[in-house]
Design a protein around this ligand. Structure first.
Ligand SMILES: Cc1ncc(COP(=O)(O)O)c(C=O)c1O
Length: 364
């Protein structure tokens, strides 16, 4: 066992946590990403000393040197996963070791240090235990946001010799304002998200910064999300700004773009594909062209389409809007395959359906 794996968290509870009645008020309708808990985790890293100084402490602003590399060159990565309050009263995570692995894959791409899986999972354990009162019941969950960024005060362009890992948590409800209603997506034909050899498969802040203008364009056109095409031919469907995309055909087969390095390897995507395979469906990880999407929607060969990711879990896509006009998927209201896959996944996460694959990790 190396030094980082033996690192113990110093636990300093928040001396002034939010009052219980105020918290209860916040949890009634938390929305997404606005309500934060009482604590956070910080772990420092230096090139010479490795991982050190692991703390669970009161959530508070941090101070950074104005020359901190992250502020100039964007050397940063993050993750997103949820803790659920289940019907039996337990609190559980969904495949958190996958987030730990993807975190390190992102770290490698952004020349950041590898965080031992035990430390990643240990930080989550410590924070969820300290802030368990913030895990909403019913349809809500505690969204966990681990992130790692370059703190060295140095303006030369090279990997930072100092970094900070942090973990914060946010009590959340539904991701989309419309709840379960099918969403409308805007086809971004001008802006792309990632090119071959770039950082598309890493969960780094820069990918999201680069998507914001396209996302704003989507909102401007009355859409919920943007869908990106590939950077080389502007033809192949890639993913949404924050979710993978899946197509359901009239023969029951499902298809999703392959993990070719330009899209995020979603954990929800992987779970949905596993559930669909178990249902006996043909599952294809193959490219899908925008003109085919339009033609299949018109002919009825494409029956359903949905977006999937941790934040929204599964969201039916009802309408695609673009400069060339709109097209509908089915009747525009989602369909039974999407609904059944969502129900199965949510059921496993919430402990209402048997966890055949060992995806659920109980914390409390
Ligand atoms: C760009 C992008 N694609 C896909 C996903 C879905 O990934 P996951 O299912 O692991 O949340 C996300 C969400 O994290 C994302 O930001």
């Amino acid at each position: 066992m190396n030094a980082a794996q033996k690192l113990k968290f110093s636990i300093r509870p928040n001396p002034a946590p939010v009052a219980a009645d105020v918290r209860a008020g916040l949890l009634k309708d938390p929305g997404f990403g606005r309500v934060f808990t009482d604590h956070m985790v910080t772990i420092r890293w230096t090139q010479d000393g490795g991982w050190q100084d692991a703390q669970l402490r009161a959530r508070a602003p941090i101070s950074l040197d104005p020359a901190a590399a992250v502020l100039h060159y964007g050397q940063e990565i993050f993750e997103g996963l949820k803790a659920y309050r289940r019907d039996d009263g337990s609190i559980a995570l969904f495949r958190p070791e996958q987030n730990a692995r993807r975190f390190n894959a992102s770290a490698a791409r952004m020349a950041l240090p590898q965080l031992p899986e035990e430390l990643f999972l240990g930080a989550i354990d410590a924070l969820v235990k300290a802030d368990v009162a913030w895990v909403p019941g019913n349809d809500g969950s505690l969204y966990l946001r681990p992130f790692l960024f370059a703190t060295e005060a140095f303006l030369g362009v090279r990997p930072s010799a100092e970094c900070l890992f942090m973990l914060i948590a946010s009590s959340v409800g539904s991701y989309f304002k419309g709840g379960d209603k099918a969403v409308t997506v805007w086809l971004s034909e001008h802006y792309t998200r990632a090119a071959a050899g770039g950082t598309g498969a890493a969960k780094c802040g820069g990918n999201y910064a680069a998507s914001l203008l396209a996302q704003a364009e989507a909102i401007g056109h009355g859409c919920d999300q943007v869908v990106f095409l590939d950077a080389a031919e502007h033809r192949w469907v890639e993913e949404l700004g924050g979710m993978n995309v899946v197509f359901v055909f009239d023969d029951g087969a499902i298809q999703t773009p392959p993990l070719s390095g330009t899209i995020l390897p979603g954990i929800t995507r992987d779970s949905i594909l596993a559930l669909a395979r178990r249902q006996g469906r043909v599952v294809r990880e193959e490219r899908y062209a925008i003109e085919q999407w339009r033609a299949d929607a018109a002919s009825g060969r494409l029956r359903e389409c949905f977006a999937c990711g941790t934040a929204a879990v599964v969201a039916a896509i009802g309408r695609i809007r673009s400069a060339q006009g709109d097209f509908l998927i089915g009747d525009g209201n989602g369909g039974p395959v999407t609904a059944a896959l969502k129900a199965e996944l949510v059921g496993i996460q919430r402990g209402q359906i048997a966890d055949a694959d060992g995806w659920v990790r109980k914390i409390l």
